[in-house]
Ligand binder design. Structure first.
Ligand code: HT7
Ligand code: ZN
Length: 879
């Protein structure tokens, strides 16, 4: 497929300023009539009007009321004789929602109609200039059967509604804000709404509605509360109010991503919307809060100011992820709960984005080319993009960042702009700042792929009482980018003495500072340092880099016990564990945890002041994909064996402490998903899983029995799933009856059954049993590739999140992967290409995995009628 290049951007030959859309909704054949006000763009030479359109049946094309000649060229409708003036264009076409299994455009799910237009779904509804820099004002008339589709929704305000003949009815919606077509939405179906009227600080009244299927209404309270909290936060933190009288959120079970920020009509995957204590875990409640906030925040960062072209995607996504992360931290409240949020975000970044940055799909935050834009809704664009925005804030300060945001909206409200425009606004609002003085170098974060390596070495001069810190950076080559230039790396840091006391870094007595690295190598000297200090670098993970500070285990122990920065306390513990695991892997020796490490972990577990949530994170070993990232040649089985050994040793050495922790962290009273209660549940669940694991090697039946009892009696899903996971992950005999019981209890709740599949597909592999079970589950009557959540729960869980079950010496995992990708591609290319990415890093695998994996990728690539989505992924993998 041809590549689209960022530097080829050109304005369109025409703008579409106003659209009148009429839908005669029918699952088999929906009729769409589009009346557009088209304006000639005098900034570019006159040329044909080229409209995008896919999977449509064209009925007629009129310009100023008269038919015109046109031709269809691939996915374009070309009108050669379009006037060199403004004109009215009318197009009539049909599409087939019930056959739309790709879930892009207009489709049906559970008997209702939904749309998904980002990135290029609008062209699957009608012919249009389906690009984000074409912004129009929409009026939408929906006509449908009144009994099957009593609710008819679109963007903006309801301006008319009423009955029609033949049991049909209609609704007219007008959206006053010009918007790109990707923010257009329609929903029609038999839905019910939770409603809430709110008054904002500015004194405006709004109606908030959360629409779901009948029966799901009681699961929408948390989403509604999250929406209200998001509104309050955005007004308080950034002065950004809701600009619509009505804000609607709708849940749908078949959805390719988490949610979509359509103007005034957000559409959500039910997995990101519905929660009750009995069916959703603490993690689900937290995820829902963050996604509801994310979509709401897009109303300003994405909708009011949108992207000029899709290469600028991180302009809205990186910024909005940053905003939802800040919101979650503010909602968490205490410094410790904020640190837990940050640690979770960084753990996610390292587990998903770092591998992306070092694999076949590595690309800059602002990519240079793509074949299929849907392949670039990536963790690099989203999460690394958010880290880039965080670095702006670190370099100009929180107030400076808020001033930069204000200037960004003053300059660009109502426009479609670029990442450069955002950078300019933040820098211009902060003249003289370390950002403004290095803006061009800073912007390399947008253009260079790959995770920079930061090396730090310190030298203490006892006679001069100085400490000299040498920082060096280097970014490894990535596909298509051999040579990298130095980037701007803000290093938030402090120095500790060997007893853990914070040292003054300057005459003012500051104990924390920001070093700004912008060269390949730089040296920083600290005065009046009496003895060899322990450096605490990159506090709060101040830049998305891999740090090599060469610290000894003894120095890491000082940081782990005493650093004022909670992130670095956690990080030191992870590094101690990682060092042991890597040492064993490189030496090909069995893993043995040192007594010092075990005692340090005991210290954390029994610490009287640390938060349970922090303890749970500190006592969880580094993930297998993060460990793999540290190695040049990856043997997934060896990594798994080392992690399992480390876990077994921690389980057994701290057995009594785990018992005490489990008993001390029972939450009394009704369920609430607040950070304190969820932290306790997380630690109790970890303790329980350690005790059940240890029971397996010691032959003890008490803890599996207790876990089963807890599973049966639990009053919330976090405890129930935690106990079930403890049994399944330890391979306990009681796992099978517990799984059966769980399925029977929740057989009618799709989101819970997704958990049932995922738990089994993600269980730690032992002797190929997990793989065999997962493969068998593809034949389970509840399994289907047609529902993305279900497909992800089994296929993605196995292929992308269970390396030891997937990477097998007999290559059966790769055969399974290829079969599933090909089957999925015929149904839903976006989901198929996500699953295809399980092979991004095949080339770093040890043999025999490497050759077998390559063969499987080649088998998929050899299929002639592959979608553009999957083709781009497998061809990049093989390049
Ligand atoms: N902006 C939304 C992206 C999205 C999407 C993209 C491609 C295909 C389907 C999709 N559904 C949603 C989601 C967000 O970042 O908020
Ligand atoms: Zn987003």
């Amino acid at each position: 497929s041809p590549l689209i290049h960022r530097l080829d951007y050109q304005q369109p030959a025409y703008w579409i300023r106003k659209v009148d859309l009429t839908f005669d909704l029918d699952p088999a054949k929906t009729l769409v009539t589009s009346k557009m006000q088209v304006e000639r763009n005098r900034a570019v030479p006159h040329g044909p009007l080229r409209l995008h359109g896919e999977e449509l049946n064209l009925l007629r094309v009129l310009i100023d009321g008269s038919s015109v000649s046109f031709r269809q060229e691939g996915h374009e409708l070309v009108i050669e004789g379009a006037p060199d003036a403004d004109f009215a264009l009318e197009i009539r076409n049909t599409c087939c929602p019930e056959k739309n299994t790709a879930l892009s455009g207009l489709y049906t799910s559970g008997g209702s109609f939904f749309t998904q237009c980002e990135a290029e779904g609008f062209r699957r509804i009608t012919y249009f200039l389906d690009r984000p820099d074409v912004m129009a004002v929409y009026t939408v008339t929906l006509r449908a059967d009144a009994s099957r589709y009593p609710i008819l929704l679109s963007n903006g305000n309801l301006t008319d509604s009423g009955r029609l003949d033949n049991g049909r009815h209609f609704a007219v919606w007008s959206d006053p804000f010009p918007k790109p077509s990707y923010l257009f939405a329609v929903v029609a179906g038999d839905l019910v709404a939770r409603e809430q009227r709110v008054r904002t600080r500015a004194g405006k009244d709004h109606l908030l509605q959360v629409y779901v299927r009948r029966g799901d209404l009681e699961k929408t309270e948390h989403a509604m509360n999250s929406l209200i909290a998001s509104m309050v936060w955005d007004e308080a933190r950034f002065g950004l109010p809701l600009d619509l009288e009505r804000f609607m959120v709708v849940g749908v079970s078949d959805f390719n991503m988490g949610a979509m920020e359509n103007k005034g009509l957000n559409i959500f995957n039910t997995s990101a919307l519905l929660a009750s204590p009995a069916t959703a875990t603490d993690a689900d409640f937290h995820r829902i809060e963050s996604i509801v906030a994310h979509e709401y925040f897009h109303n300003w960062t994405g909708n009011r100011v949108t992207c000029r072209d899709w290469f600028q995607l991180s302009l809205k996504e990186g910024l909005t992820v940053f905003r939802d992360q800040e919101f979650s931290m503010d909602m968490a409240g205490t410094p410790s709960a904020r640190a837990v949020c940050r640690i979770q975000d960084v753990r996610q970044l390292r587990a998903l984005q770092f591998p992306e940055d070092s694999g076949a799909m590595a690309h800059p935050v602002r990519p240079d080319s793509y074949a299929e834009i849907n392949n670039f809704y990536t963790t690099t664009v989203y999460e690394k993009g958010a880290e880039v925005v965080r670095m702006y804030q670190t370099l100009v300060g929180r107030k400076g960042f808020e001033a930069g945001m204000k200037l960004y909206f003053e300059r660009h409200d109502g426009q479609a702009v670029t990442c450069d425009d955002f950078a300019a606004a933040i820098a211009d609002a902060n003249p003289g700042s370390p950002l403004a003085t290095r803006l061009d170098t800073f912007k390399r974060w947008y253009s260079q792929a790959g995770t920079p390596r930061l090396t730090a070495r310190g030298e203490h001069d006892a006679a001069a009482r100085t400490y000299t810190l040498r920082l060096a950076q280097h970014t490894p080559a990535t596909p298509g980018q051999g040579d990298k230039q130095p980037q701007v790396i803000p290093v938030v840091m402090g120095l500790l003495d060997r007893h853990g006391a914070a040292l003054a870094l300057n005459a003012a007595g500051d104990t924390e500072t920001v070093l700004v690295l912008d060269q390949a190598e730089q040296t920083f000297v600290f005065e009046n340092i009496d003895s060899e200090p322990v450096p605490s670098l990159l506090r709060d993970f101040s830049a998305p880099v891999v740090l090599d500070d060469g610290l000894s285990d003894a120095a890491l122990l000082v940081l782990m016990r005493h650093d004022s920065d909670a992130f670095n306390r956690w990080e030191a513990g992870q590094r101690l564990a990682l060092n042991r695991i890597l040492h064993a892997l490189r030496a090909g020796q069995p893993l043995v945890l040192s007594p010092a490490f075990i005692e340090a972990m005991r210290g954390v577990l029994n610490h009287p002041e640390l938060d349970p949530a922090f303890k749970e994170l500190a006592l969880t070993l580094p993930g297998e994909s993060y460990i793999a990232e540290q190695l040049d040649v990856v043997d997934p089985q060896a990594i798994h064996a080392a992690v399992m050994a480390a876990q077994a040793q921690l389980a057994s050495a701290l057995r009594d402490d785990w018992i005490a922790a489990f008993e001390a962290h029972q939450v009394q009273g009704g369920y609430t998903p607040d950070p304190a209660s969820s932290g306790k549940r997380a630690l109790a669940n970890l303790a329980l899983s350690m005790l059940v694991l240890d029971a397996r090697s010691s032959g003890d039946a008490v803890w599996p029995g207790k876990a089963y009892q807890r599973f049966k009696d639990a009053s919330n899903m976090t405890d129930r799933l935690g106990a079930l996971a403890a049994l399944v992950n330890a391979g306990a005999e009681l796992a099978a009856p517990a799984l059966e019981r769980f399925h029977a209890l929740f057989k009618d709740d799709a989101l819970v059954i997704d958990k049932w599949f995922a738990l089994q597909a993600r269980a730690p592999e032992v002797d190929g049993r997990v793989f065999a079970r997962a493969k068998a589950l593809t034949k389970h009557p509840d399994f289907t590739l047609r529902n993305p959540n279900r497909a992800r729960s089994l296929v993605a869980s196995l292929c992308m999140f269970n390396p030891a079950a997937f990477h097998r010496t007999d290559a059966a995992g790769y055969v399974f992967w290829a079969d599933q990708v090909l089957a999925m591609d015929a149904i839903n290319p976006q989901i198929a290409s996500r699953i295809a990415r399980a092979m991004d890093r095949w080339s770093v695998l040890a043999e025999p995995y490497r050759s077998a994996a390559r063969e499987a990728v080649a088998r998929v690539a050899a299929k002639p009628d592959l979608s553009t989505d999957v083709r781009e992924i497998v061809e990049r993998a093989l390049a």
